[in-house]
Design a protein around this ligand. Structure first.
Ligand code: ZN
Ligand code: ZN
Ligand code: FE
Length: 742
């Protein structure tokens, strides 16, 4: 006989872990105790060494779905306590802030079965949940995680729910959001003027949707606008009312089969789509069409994730548009009164409920790359799960960028990146940003000892960091934008050594005061050098050029020494250029994509950032060709002028633009490989990290790593955070920590 002390860290509280252990211990015929500790769960067991070892091996394998075991520490001793049964000891009273909080997880199979069982007391109850599923992060106000500190506080449990809650044999043992129609939240339906309509709320919403109405639906981390997919006129009406021109809508499909009717679905994509995190997955359309939903070849699809969604689809609605309920660039609405006021004239009805959304959390958005999520937006289902790092960090707050804002705090060997926040230039979004920072600091008990921000003085995140550092007397570390991207990709892959970094981005302020774009850096957390870049071009009219991309096309032609007559406002642009009027230089990869998309006639005016690049990628077919490659000396700068000349002459010779789009991207792949070869020659390094928004392009993400790997490079790409600016705060955090150490 021996005694085993087992310390388990990770997401092991509020996810049915103790009942699971209880069952397992009984199965193996062991005795002992279990208790929640400040950093996870502590287990003491007595029995034969062999049995103990077998049971410990079974722990991670059979753990409940929501549990994440990050660490399992075991020590054995011969000093026995003489346990005669298995007991669950009360948690220590101190705040359990060292544990991890589970993200929100979609309704589980067991709950679905009860939801559809007319004999079950939760039949058709839209808030059914258990320890294996349901809301977590979006309802938690503070720790320790118990009902009184969530938005379920105002719904005291009825005797029946309370019995389940206290019964270790029950699936709802210690499920904080446990509730039923007797005691829990209720849904209701309002008409377009916000007046209550009597009747079955879900049925009323279904009827309105089927009749072609636009209905606001309250989800987990926010409110959506829903409407039919099959009728283009309804979706166009939604665009008109929301003033959303061309940006694609996401869809929610009743089940995988319904998604498959519209989109191609690989085995890996199906797995991610059906995963309990339920992200929006960008899938290839089966045939051209659904243009009223998405103008490019892809459409974002998710499956129902709350019981309310399941009831809304019933068995006769196959797919719905599900777009965030917000007005141009403001954050997604979460509050009932706010949504009824804000969506007046937009929604024909409101399917709401009386449980408060404590924390806003948008739907996550990803593509599937190498069988797993490749994030464009990491939010619901994933946040606040931390990024485990290779080593302990000091507590630091990294403030992120601006347009795709996020922040990140560190505690121990974990980094906690925030959910998607949005564009800070919007006032409500900025408020949400500061609120969430306070929330994270409280939730994870982090008191930052330093702040980290971007070099750009005008970013609102920088201004926030400056003000706070001054007010609290904290050191402020400013990090160059592309360096932060590089570091984010390193941390994402738990790499610490110096690497070559290709960071392709729209724009970021450089250390020389100019705007940088598509950079090849060599560096690590402690510093970097700018090794190579691309030739810059003038953005005629500044920011206007990101929308009116024919301005970029004009600049490309003119710089390449070609006739600009094909551009509509050529004379005006020429005048502006000569006068040097608001024509900042940019070496942004995004702009190069925009310009080429405009030249090819794919898109000459964009209604959202990155639209040109997305459409160009969607238009491309496979082509093995490459345009001529040239470099300017100094820092190895890609000279795209020969490429543009070749592209235009092929276009004028009548070559297919989808071939040219592919050839353009092939040229970028060759260019990148050439820069990396040079960087390897100089530095001796052969690991390349890929980061920046331009690497959301899957054509590049397929061919560039293949090319680099074939040439003997090891390629790092983002896995746990997004390659775009949203992922950048993780890099800031690492660089800030390295600076603190010095
Ligand atoms: Zn469940
Ligand atoms: Zn109840
Ligand atoms: Fe960036």
């Amino acid at each position: 006989m021996e005694r085993a002390c087992i310390h388990i860290r990770g997401i092991v509280q509020g996810v049915g872990f103790r009942p699971f252990v209880h069952k397992l211990v009984r199965e193996y015929g062991l005795c002992g105790t279990i208790r929640n500790s400040s950093s996870g769960v502590e287990l003491e067991l007595e029995g034969e060494r062999n049995t103990l070892e077998r049971m410990i091996r079974a722990l991670p394998v059979r753990a409940p779905k929501l549990a994440v075991i990050e660490e399992l520490e075991v020590s054995y001793s011969e000093e026995l306590r003489g346990f005669s049964d298995f007991r669950i000891l009360g948690s220590r009273t101190e705040a359990l802030r060292d544990t991890l909080i589970s993200p929100d997880i979609c309704v589980c199979e067991d709950c679905l079965r009860e939801l559809n069982d007319p004999r079950d007391r939760r039949f058709h109850y839209p808030f059914i949940n258990c320890t294996n599923c349901g809301p977590r992060f979006t309802i938690i106000r503070d720790l320790p995680y118990d009902r009184a500190k969530t938005s379920m506080e105002v719904f005291p449990m009825c005797p029946e729910c309370s019995r389940e809650y206290h019964d270790i044999e029950n699936r709802r043992y210690h499920a904080q959001p446990d509730c039923c129609p007797e005691c829990g939240p209720m849904v209701f339906y309002l008409d377009r003027d916000g007046r209550r309509v009597e009747g079955d709320a879900t049925e009323l919403a279904r009827t309105a949707l089927k009749a072609g109405g636009i209905v606001a639906v309250k989800g987990l981390g926010g409110i959506h606008l829903a409407c039919r997919v099959d009728d283009g006129e309804i979706a166009r009406e939604l665009r008109r009312r929301k003033q959303r021109d061309e940006k694609p809508f996401a869809l929610m499909c009743r089940n995988t089969a319904c998604a498959q009717a519209l989109c191609e679905l690989s085995e890996a994509e199906r797995r991610v789509l059906e995963s309990p995190q339920r992200p929006i997955v960008l899938l290839k359309k089966k045939r051209p069409g659904l243009l009223h939903i998405s103008e490019n070849g892809f459409v974002g699809v998710m499956l129902p994730y709350t019981p309310l969604h399941v009831l809304l689809f019933g068995d006769d609605i196959d797919a719905l548009v599900m777009t965030s309920a917000n007005l141009s660039d403001t954050p997604m609405m979460t509050d009932n009164d706010e949504v009824v006021r804000g969506l007046h004239g937009i929604a024909d009805g409101f399917l709401l409920h009386n449980r408060k959304i404590q924390t806003r959390c948008d739907d996550s958005l990803c593509r599937v790359l190498d069988g797993r999520e490749y994030f464009f937006r990491r939010s619901r289902g994933y946040v606040p799960f931390p990024i485990r790092l290779g080593r302990e960090l000091r507590p630091v707050l990294a403030c992120g960028a601006e347009q795709k804002a996020s922040f990140c705090v560190s505690r121990g060997a974990y980094a906690f990146p925030s959910q998607h926040i949005g564009d800070l230039k919007n006032m409500e979004t900025f408020e949400s940003y500061t609120d969430q920072i306070a929330h994270f600091e409280r939730l994870f008990d982090v008191k930052p000892r330093a702040l980290v921000c971007d070099l750009h003085p005008d970013y609102l995140s920088t201004q926030y960091a400056e003000e706070r550092a001054a007010a609290e007397g904290l050191p402020l570390i400013r990090v160059q934008h592309h360096h932060a991207h590089l570091a984010a990709c390193m941390a994402d892959n738990q790499v610490e050594e110096r690497v070559i970094g290709l960071v392709w981005d729209g724009t970021g302020l450089g250390t020389d005061g100019t705007s940088w774009g598509a950079e090849c850096l060599i560096g690590d957390f402690t510093g970097f050098e700018r090794f190579a870049s691309i030739r810059s071009l003038p953005l005629i009219g500044g920011d206007l050029a990101t929308r009116e991309t024919e301005r970029v096309a004009f600049a490309l032609l003119r710089e390449a020494g070609l006739d600009t007559g094909r551009i509509e406002n050529a004379a005006l642009y020429e005048k502006m250029l000569r006068a040097g009027l608001n024509c900042p230089l940019s070496s942004g990869m995004g702009r190069l994509f925009d310009g080429v998309a405009a030249l090819l006639g794919i898109k000459t005016r964009c209604s959202y950032e990155g639209q040109g690049a997305v459409l160009l990628e969607a238009a491309a077919t496979e082509d093995a060709g490459v345009f001529p490659l040239a470099f300017e000396s100094g820092p190895l700068r890609f000279d795209w002028r020969p490429m543009i000349r070749a592209l235009v002459s092929s276009l004028d010779a009548g070559e297919d633009k989808s071939l040219l789009a592919a050839r353009f991207m092939n040229t970028l792949v060759e260019m990148a490989a050439a820069q990396c070869r040079e960087a390897r020659k100089v530095s001796g390094l052969c690991t390349v990290a890929l980061s920046g928004g331009s690497f959301q392009n899957l054509y590049i993400m397929e061919w560039l790593p293949a090319k680099l790997t074939a040439e003997g490079f090891r390629v790092l790409r983002h896995r746990r955070v997004s390659p775009n600016d949203e992922g950048l705060s993780l890099g800031q955090l690492m660089i800030g920590n390295a600076a603190l150490k010095e």
